[in-house]
Design a protein around this ligand. Structure first.
Ligand code: NAD
Length: 352
């Protein structure tokens, strides 16, 4: 892999603020950005063995979790700081917020610092469509989305653009969330159906996306709601003690995961025996294992979000940046004489 371009002054770090990220995404188009990140994720999944991998490092509290997600491909290092606080919404805050960084491995100097709250929603949709490319039934046209919060529209746009979904059937326990999503998707080219129950939402769906937020072992999908041949894109169960899918569905599905050591702790499969068979998605993408094998098969992507996906999303942003979409941040102390850090501080002291 090539080294990323160097900023004009080594110690200056390009910083992508929330405002910059919105400029970049609106210039390219949200659906196109999701498709672009999906291609970058797929490229990086194909070279999976090159990456340092570790389950993310969590700090749990009764309200939620704060996590660090590091990885490196030997040339570039990256990490994301992310939280998950389901009770935040009632306080008027986001459930998930994030920022992240890329650095050169050869010098250790950062090359990008970026907001990642918007970027996480884009990359989560991108990862969902990467999985669906290999697992969804052929010619899937209808998707149910249960949980119509911050992630919902990104998922819908990604599936429309990359998978060819034309109809989304939305359900949320809070009808205001469904109304918001339907409003935001009005010009998207999707037919949006607002549903009154989760059972109504899954009727006729080829794909079911669950993206609810509740720190408990919830049952968003019960066994009778899932038929043969459907693909489940389960993104909301991503933390110990936080799941969405009934165990009976897991027992009769073929389950695909990002990084098993992390998913066994955080994903839907925390409900199953530690040796329950799962397939690693990178092997499907690399052509080593089969994805969907028949139109009767129930496939389940047990998404939790893995560090390499954030790395790929940051790489995509870094490659797309235009000059007005970042500012140089003076965040690395870099004296002309590398040993004279104190002298630099002294010379900057006000003269009295
Ligand atoms: P959010 O708080 O904005 O939205 C969650 C929505 O779920 C809310 O509208 C809420 O009313 C609804 N909801 C809660 N319980 C429900 C139920 N029983 N039935 C139907 N709807 C219900 O959260 P968000 O940012 O959209 O994130 C959704 C979930 O996805 C969170 O759990 C988050 O941790 C997870 N997430 C996962 C990934 C990943 O990579 N897998 C990435 C980002 C977020």
């Amino acid at each position: 892999m090539q080294l990323p371009p160097q900023p004009s002054r080594l110690a200056m770090v390009p910083f992508v603020s929330v405002e910059h990220m919105m400029k970049l995404v609106n210039r390219i188009g949200p659906a196109e950005v999701i498709a672009g990140i999906a291609d970058t994720i797929e490229y990086d999944y194909r070279r999976w063995p090159e990456f340092d991998k570790t389950p993310r490092v969590p700090s749990h509290s009764k309200e939620g979790v704060i996590e660090l997600m590091p990885t490196s491909d030997g040339v570039t290092y990256g990490f994301k700081y992310v939280n998950g606080h389901p009770a935040n919404m009632a306080r008027g805050y986001q459930t998930v917020t994030a920022f992240g960084l890329l650095a050169r491995v050869d010098t250790g100097y950062p090359i990008l610092l970026s907001e990642m709250t918007i970027l996480t929603a884009l990359r989560t949709a991108a990862m969902s469509v990467v999985a669906a490319r290999h697992l969804a039934p052929e010619n899937a046209k209808t998707m149910a989305v249960i949980g119509n919060g911050a992630q919902c529209e990104f998922q819908c746009l990604g599936f429309h653009k990359v998978i060819g979904i034309d109809i989304v059937r939305l359900y949320d326990i809070d009808p205001a969330a469904t109304e918001k999503a339907a409003r935001n998707l009005a010009q998207s080219g999707l037919t949006v159906v607002s549903c009154k129950t989760p059972e109504e939402a899954v009727t006729g769906a080829d794909i079911i996306t669950t993206c609810t937020a509740d720190k408990q072992l919830a049952t968003i999908l019960t066994d009778n709601m899932v038929g043969a041949g459907q693909h489940i894109n389960a993104i909301g169960g991503d933390c110990p003690g936080k799941t969405e899918i009934h165990r009976d569905i897991l027992m009769r599905s073929d389950i695909f995961v990002e990084y098993p050591p992390q998913t066994r702790i955080e994903g839907e499969i925390q409900q199953l025996a530690p040796d329950h068979p799962v397939t690693e998605l990178w092997q499907v993408i690399a052509g080593e294992k089969q994805g969907r094998a028949s139109d009767r098969q129930t496939t389940l992507f047990d998404s939790v979000g893995f560090a390499t996906e954030d790395f790929s999303a940051l790489r995509y942003v870094h490659a797309q940046l235009k000059p007005h979409e970042f500012q140089d941040l003076d965040m690395i102390a870099d004296p002309d004489d590398p040993r004279d850090l104190f002298g630099m501080l002294k010379r900057a002291a006000p003269v009295v």
